[in-house]
Design a protein. Structure first.
Length: 145
């Protein structure tokens, strides 16, 4: 029984050591323009287009931004104008940055969006929608070169 316990302990230690040695490799994405969406209940809420060069986002824009009839990309009235501005600010944050290193920064919108992030605007949910749309685009592959 002691030998089994010692063997198990050595196995666990060896596994821990090997996991420290193995380096995580970052995904290298093909250069080009990508498009992706986030949809809920069959309705597209966020549609994004961005360009990658050497895994750096060189440009990014919303092709579609809407939630029900409350706000949309060209909203002029408050509070919807502020919501749209927060979306744009979160997406603009990624321009000039490595997609592998900074996409997950959007999980903490309070560090990315200068406008007040509060329960009313639900900025955390919005940035999750952006992340989902970007991941959808990356999964689909290059839209155009």
């Amino acid at each position: 029984m002691k030998k089994l316990a010692i063997s198990m302990m050595l196995f666990l230690i060896l596994g821990a050591l090997l996991s420290c040695i193995v380096e995580e490799t970052e995904t290298v994405y093909e250069d080009g323009t990508y498009r992706g969406t986030f949809a809920d209940l069959g309705f597209i809420q966020v549609n994004i287009q961005f360009t990658l060069e050497d895994n750096i986002i060189t440009s990014a824009e919303f092709r579609h931004l809407r939630r029900d009839d409350d706000y949309h990309y060209d909203a002029e009235e408050e509070p919807y104008r502020s919501v749209v501005d927060q979306y744009k600010e979160a997406l603009d944050y990624l321009v000039g940055k490595d997609i592998n290193a900074h996409l997950e920064d959007l999980y903490h919108p309070e560090n990315v969006v200068k406008a007040q992030v509060d329960g009313y605007t639900a900025a955390t949910l919005r940035t999750n929608k952006i992340i989902s749309a970007i991941r959808d685009a990356l999964n689909r592959g290059v839209y155009s070169y």
